[in-house]
Design a protein around this ligand. Structure first.
Ligand code: COA
Length: 271
């Protein structure tokens, strides 16, 4: 697939997928969604971390209100359904992704754009970024994952307030609510993203993959079930990483080569 609306670059095990429709504030059309999905699938097995960013003033201004909503709605239910199906897949791909994903929220971020950052594992915002669940402003409720995004990144009061009023909020406010991983000033932005990405790159990739998948599931379990599940998944993880954790992770500690409370062990030959 050739890309018209996204760019894909790779460097030192980190892939960056850039939404590249700045003239429309990176609003999502079905073609962009399909390209993003394709780019993610293409690099999933060969990189350590994926960064999702937007070109220009926006991270992502949400669904394209004309091409995703107005035009297909006028064409009828089937066209509307198809447009939704095509644009929705990338959210699931990101949510289930086997590599850590980092969203760079450094501009306009609304509706489906809010959902896009929420399905990434990490979101780093600039203090000045503007986010919002603006659906109510054009007369509907957040859908296609955006309501899920609200309740999974905000407490009940904040989710109700921002979905009911459509009021925008800054990256700094999102940080205060816990709706993004962190927010920093423009000056500190690139180094903050780099620091996070670097710290993920040096972790055991199998452990990271299981960490996210297990965390998402135990959130919905009672303690007894979680204990059993964590025990089973931990053993599965150790099998897939061929006991690197005990040979190197614990082995290097035994040799007093590092302090695990403060840093990572050195990975076994260039995995
Ligand atoms: N869908 C379709 N087109 C969009 C868009 C969207 N979600 N967001 C921006 N655009 C288009 C504008 O229509 C405009 O197109 P034009 O140049 O052909 O007129 C272009 O992008 C630039 O937008 P503009 O409004 O002029 O830029 P701005 O920087 O002043 O404002 C926003 C940016 C994001 C605040 C504003 O465009 C906006 O409110 N967009 C809708 C956001 C939203 O509610 N998204 C939720 C969707 S689920």
């Amino acid at each position: 697939m050739t890309y018209e609306h996204v760019r894909l670059t790779e460097e030192d095990g980190v892939a960056t997928v850039t939404l590249d429709r700045p003239e429309k504030r990176n609003a999502i059309v079905p073609e962009l969604a399909a390209e993003l999905d394709d780019a993610l699938a293409r690099v999933e097995d060969r990189v350590r971390v994926v960064v999702v960013e937007g070109e220009g003033e926006a991270f992502c201004a949400g669904m394209d209100l004309e091409k995703r909503f107005h035009e297909p709605r006028k064409e009828g239910p089937r066209a509307f359904y198809e447009a939704g199906r095509k644009t929705g897949r990338m959210f699931t791909t990101l949510y289930e992704y086997r590599r850590p994903t980092v969203a760079k929220v450094d501009g306009w971020t609304f509706g489906a754009g809010y959902c896009l950052q929420a399905v990434c594992d990490f979101a780093v915002a600039t203090d000045e970024a503007t986010l919002g669940l603006s659906e109510i402003n054009f007369g509907i409720i957040p859908g296609g994952g955006a309501m899920w995004a609200a309740v999974n990144t905000m407490n009940r009061r904040d989710a109700l307030y921002y979905t009911s009023t459509g009021e925008p909020f800054s990256g700094a406010e999102a940080d205060q609510m816990g709706a993004v991983t962190m927010s920093v000033s423009e000056d500190e932005y690139e180094s903050a993203v780099e620091e996070l990405v670097d710290s993920l790159v040096e972790k055991n990739p199998v452990a990271l993959q299981f960490n996210t998948a297990v965390l998402e599931r135990v959130r919905y379990m009672d303690f007894d079930r979680a204990l059993d599940y964590e025990r089973g998944k931990s053993e599965e993880m150790k099998y897939y990483q061929e006991d690197e954790w005990v040979d190197e992770g614990i082995g290097q500690f035994k040799d007093r080569r590092y302090r695990p409370g403060l840093e990572s062990y050195e990975e076994r030959s260039g995995e």
